[in-house]
Write a protein that binds this ligand. Structure first.
Ligand code: PRX
Length: 658
């Protein structure tokens, strides 16, 4: 990255030109939208602290009002100082008290097809009981608990039970290894791990508990107890005294557990993300500011109508998207959500569309990588179902190529529904850059502009603002749901996020600003290639590759090239019905040349059956670079399917032989 930073981002070539139509919000949407004009933007521009203070007071219920909206001692922020609230009182008790106890909080669906409808009253009872379980195990306010679970209702129950008593949770994605559990539990000194025997994925029970056992054999000595949900009847080994069954503890637990008011800055959770070093960073989120921004964005970005909507975020709670937009935002707003345990192609490739139809889902929030997978499976899958209940579609996690945006718009949204492309990060806690569906005219592939109350600016290498063109994406003012630090390492927090550009938050993304002031995210700056001194974003080339009618999905890396510095290598998966051939590869290369200019034409296009992805669906470009450069493969332990890389290496070698 250091080397990349020395170059001028303004040389970034090409623009997304695949779809230059713009999409204003339909009149019928505007007339019913939570935000239908620029009023929120104007209010926030005038006085952003007062704006957020109003949101905090209107969207949340405080046990004690705050005295100071923001204390900002760069880079350390405190929001709503002096205020007190309990996050679960906001997510549960106040809805039950308002007579909505019978309202469904989650329509949960297991992968095998079993279902549960969990009301707000039931969720509150379970949360109180499990909070008492945690207390009975000796946990107190200020302690940390790790959670390593499948997508079952007990997962939000465990999180909320922690929050009720001021224990910070650290959710560890269920696809992570024993080593990841050890690292995270040791760093946080977690006293408990809440897990399950397993969860259903791809048509079978995938064990989880043995991974916890393996972790505890090698480390994480702070862990005193493991609480195990029996999801799959796998009969896991239970270490006596240490391991306890969830159902047995819950059977004996009292449901009397008043919500204790917490300081607005009480630590709510840690969520670990990988950084540039091997040690994962424990991103810290606190209570009042976090809940304010996630409730605000959930209400306005998804145009949420709690009385009538059935909202579905199809992410995993193991990631920040699930924390903010499956658990805290939706519950704070008192809405009904869908929660699904399994994979989208079990038992068939129309599982998601079947769920949308049956529950009459109104908002669907997913990732571009999933959308491209749906494209690969074909439009006939969504066409089997009535998707007319959908009102808003969302995407998150990576830049969305206009081709995928258009497919989502046409085949899922029926050409009607606004699409919100939401840019944010684990560190930002909530949405930062996104359209508001009743206000913003969208452009396919652009996350548009910062939401009201968030201030972003592109800068060049010297930190000077960029008017039009490429630059580094920085945030110029604090925001309520911002990370409060890296657990145990304030210096690393300052160095990682606040040192590159003075007074600005920078977390690694490059973007482009067009003449209309729209932001086009280009991916991490470390994914930007440098070909003959020109900066070319992997995203732009991927977008052009996917624009070819035979291409379903593409990943681009900069391989080493003696002449040009780097050479563009494109790995592509073909859409069904196309046969790999040298001619087709050449045609796809030429297509990129036509779209973006010769400089961006890949040196090689390698047709592959699959791409190496992490279990969260991110393409591991590092491994593709290793293949491109003929290096020995780096660490493959986080791959969902390690066999994929060997197959790709074979194809690349064949390409060389040709
Ligand atoms: O590069 C950006 C990309 O995902 C990164 C954050 O990843 P993570 O912390 O795992 O959180 C993902 C879910 C919020 C960002 O630095 N990213 C996220 N959303 C978008 C995106 N890139 C482009 N467009 C987006 N909408």
């Amino acid at each position: 990255m250091a080397q990349q930073r020395e170059n001028d981002m303004s040389e970034t070539i090409g623009v997304f030109e695949i779809e230059d139509r713009t999409f204003p919000p339909p009149d019928s949407f505007v007339s019913q939208a939570n935000a239908s004009d620029r009023a929120l933007y104007e209010e926030a521009e005038q006085d952003y602290e007062a704006f957020w203070a109003r949101q905090a007071r209107e969207l949340l219920t405080w046990s004690k009002d705050f005295d100071t909206t923001l204390e900002w001692d760069l880079p350390f922020a405190k929001w709503f100082v002096g205020g007190e609230l309990n996050i679960t009182a906001n997510c549960l008790d106040r809805h039950v008290d308002a007579g909505k106890g019978d309202k469904v909080a989650y329509h949960w669906e297991g992968e095998p097809g079993d279902t549960r409808a969990i009301t707000y009253a039931e969720l509150l009872t379970d949360v109180k009981k499990f909070a008492n379980v945690l207390k009975s195990l000796g946990l107190e306010k200020g302690d940390r608990a790790a959670i390593y679970m499948p997508m079952i209702p007990e997962l939000p129950v465990a999180m909320l039970a922690c929050a009720r008593i001021g224990v910070a949770h650290s959710v560890i994605f269920g696809g992570f290894s024993a080593e990841a559990i050890v690292d995270r539990c040791e760093d946080a000194e977690a006293r408990v791990i809440v897990t399950a025997d397993g969860g259903y994925r791809k048509g079978a029970a995938a064990p989880l508990k043995p991974t916890v056992d393996e972790a505890l054999k090698t480390g994480a000595s702070s862990v005193e107890h493991v609480v195990v949900v029996n999801r799959c009847d796998l009969g896991p080994d239970m270490t006596s005294d240490r391991d306890l069954w969830w159902h047995e503890l819950m059977a004996g637990a009292s449901d009397d557990c008043p919500a204790e008011p917490m300081d607005a800055e009480q630590l709510l959770y840690l969520l670990y993300t990988s950084g540039t070093t091997a040690k994962p960073k424990g991103i810290m989120h606190t209570t009042g500011g976090y809940l304010t921004q996630v409730a605000f964005t959930h209400k306005y970005v998804f145009d949420l109508k709690p009385d009538t909507d059935i909202y579905w975020c199809a992410a995993d709670i193991g990631w920040v998207t699930g924390h903010s937009y499956i658990v805290y935002g939706p519950l704070a707003n008192g809405c009904t959500s869908v929660m699904y345990e399994g994979t989208p192609d079990t038992p068939a490739q129309d599982r998601l569309w079947d769920i949308v139809e049956r529950y009459e889902v109104t908002q669907l929030y997913t990732a571009p990588t999933a959308i491209r997978m749906f494209m690969k499976w074909g439009a006939q899958e969504p066409a089997k179902h009535d998707l007319s209940s959908l009102r808003v579609l969302g995407t998150v996690g990576e830049p969305i190529n206009p081709e995928a945006w258009m497919w989502y718009h046409e085949h899922i949204g029926g050409g009607r529904t606004p699409i919100v492309d939401t840019w944010w990060q684990t560190e930002t806690g909530g949405h930062m850059i996104s359209p508001l569906p009743g206000v913003t005219t969208t452009k396919p592939g652009s996350a548009c502009r910062p939401i009201p109350g968030v201030f972003a600016e592109l800068v060049d290498d010297e930190g000077n603002p960029v008017e039009v063109g490429g630059g580094y994406l920085t945030i110029t003012r604090p925001w309520p749901s911002m990370l409060r630090g890296i657990w145990g390492d304030p210096d690393r927090y300052r160095d990682t996020y606040w040192s590159r550009f003075e007074g600005r938050y920078f977390a690694g993304d490059g973007a482009k600003l067009d003449e209309d002031g729209y932001l086009w995210l280009l991916g991490r700056v470390d994914d930007v290639m440098n070909i003959s001194g020109h900066r070319i974003s992997t995203t732009e080339v991927e977008s052009a590759l996917v624009d070819h009618s035979a291409v379903a999905e593409a990943a681009v890396v900069g391989g080493i090239d003696e002449i040009t510095g780097q050479a563009i290598i494109g790995y592509v998966i073909l859409r069904g019905g196309n046969e790999p051939s040298q001619e087709l590869g050449d045609e796809i290369r030429e297509h990129v040349g036509v779209k973006l200019g010769k400089i961006a034409r890949p040196k090689a296009v390698i047709i592959v059956p699959d791409l190496p992805k992490t279990r969260s669906g991110k393409i591991m470009r590092r491994l593709l670079r290793d293949v491109a450069d003929g290096r020995e493969l780096g660490d493959t332990t986080t791959l969902a399917d390690p066999g994929v890389v060997a197959e790709i290496a074979n194809r690349a070698a064949e390409e060389d032989d040709d």
